[in-house]
Design a protein around this ligand. Structure first.
Ligand SMILES: Nc1ncnc2c1ncn2[C@@H]1O[C@H](COP(=O)(O)OP(=O)(O)OP(=O)(O)O)[C@@H](O)[C@H]1O
Ligand SMILES: [Mg+2]
Length: 201
C-alpha cells in the first residue's frame, strides 16, 4: 500500500456522450478530497498522445484499449486509483483490462443511457457527423457497443444527476475498501483487530 490507500482501476464504459468523462471527473474530485492519489486516463486525451497513431478500425480500437489497460496496470503497481474513461465497446477488451489486476482492484462502471438520449446530447457533434457518413465505425451507429454483463456499478445517466452518479461510484469504492480517508486508515492500522491487516490490506 504505497500511497496510504489501496490501489484500483475504475473503468468507465458506455456509448459516446453517455457521461463517462463528466462522472469520472467528479469522482476524481471526491477522491482527492478524501486524500487519495489518482490519475484520470480519458479517451480523448489518450488519443491525442499515447495512441495518436491509432484510428477507429476494429483492430485499432482493440489496441487503443489494450494500451490504456497496460498503463492502468502500471499505475496500480505504483499505488494509484486509476480512473479510465473509455467507450471500450467490446466485452473481450474490458475482460482483458480486468484480468491485468487483482479481482478486488477493478471496478467496472457502466454508464448506461439509451442511444437516442446520447445522440440528442451529442456535445461534440460526433453523432451528427456519423449519421452523415463522415465518421465511419462510430460506436452506436455503425459499430457495436456490447453492454457489460456484471459491472460493479451501473448508472443510468438519464435518470440520476452526475453528482449522484459520482457518489454511487464512491460508495462502491468504499465497499471495496479503496476510498477511505487517510485518517481512517491510520485509525484502523493502530487497531490490531482491523481487517486491513489481513491479506487484502
Ligand atoms: N447524469 C449525467 N451524467 C453525466 N453526464 C450527463 C448527465 N446528464 C447530462 N449529461 C451531459 O451529457 C454529456 C456527457 O458528455 P461526456 O463528455 O461526459 O460523455 P462521454 O461518455 O465522456 O463521451 P465520449 O465517449 O464522447 O468521451 C455532457 O454534456 C453532460 O453534461
Ligand atoms: Mg469522454
Amino acid at each position: 500500500m504505497l500511497k496510504g490507500h489501496a490501489p484500483c482501476v475504475v473503468w468507465f464504459t458506455g456509448l459516446p456522450a453517455a457521461g463517462k468523462s463528466t462522472i469520472a471527473n467528479l469522482v476524481e474530485e471526491r477522491l482527492h478530497a478524501l486524500g487519495l492519489h489518482t490519475c484520470l486516463l480519458d479517451g480523448d486525451n489518450i488519443r491525442h498522445g499515447l495512441n495518436a497513431d491509432l484510428g477507429f478500425t476494429q483492430a485499432d480500437r482493440v489496441e487503443n484499449v489494450r494500451r490504456v489497460a497496460e498503463v492502468a496496470r502500471l499505475m496500480v503497481d505504483a499505488g494509484l486509483v486509476v480512473l479510465v474513461a473509455f467507450i471500450s465497446p467490446f466485452r473481450a477488451e474490458r475482460r482483458f483490462a480486468r484480468g491485468l489486476v487483482a479481482p478486488n482492484e477493478f471496478c467496472e462502471v457502466f454508464v448506461d443511457v439509451p442511444l437516442d438520449v446520447a445522440e440528442a446530447r451529442d456535445p461534440k457533434g460526433l453523432y451528427a457527423k456519423a449519421r452523415r457518413g463522415a465518421l465511419p465505425n462510430f460506436t452506436g451507429i455503425d459499430s457495436p457497443y456490447e453492454r457489460p454483463e456484471h459491472p460493479e456499478v451501473s448508472i443510468e445517466s438519464h435518470r440520476v444527476t452526475p453528482e449522484d452518479a459520482a457518489q454511487r461510484v464512491i460508495a462502491q469504492l468504499q465497499r471495496m475498501d479503496v476510498a477511505r480517508s487517510k485518517s481512517l486508515m491510520r485509525a484502523s492500522k493502530s487497531d490490531s483487530s482491523s481487517p486491513r491487516e489481513g491479506p487484502e490490506g
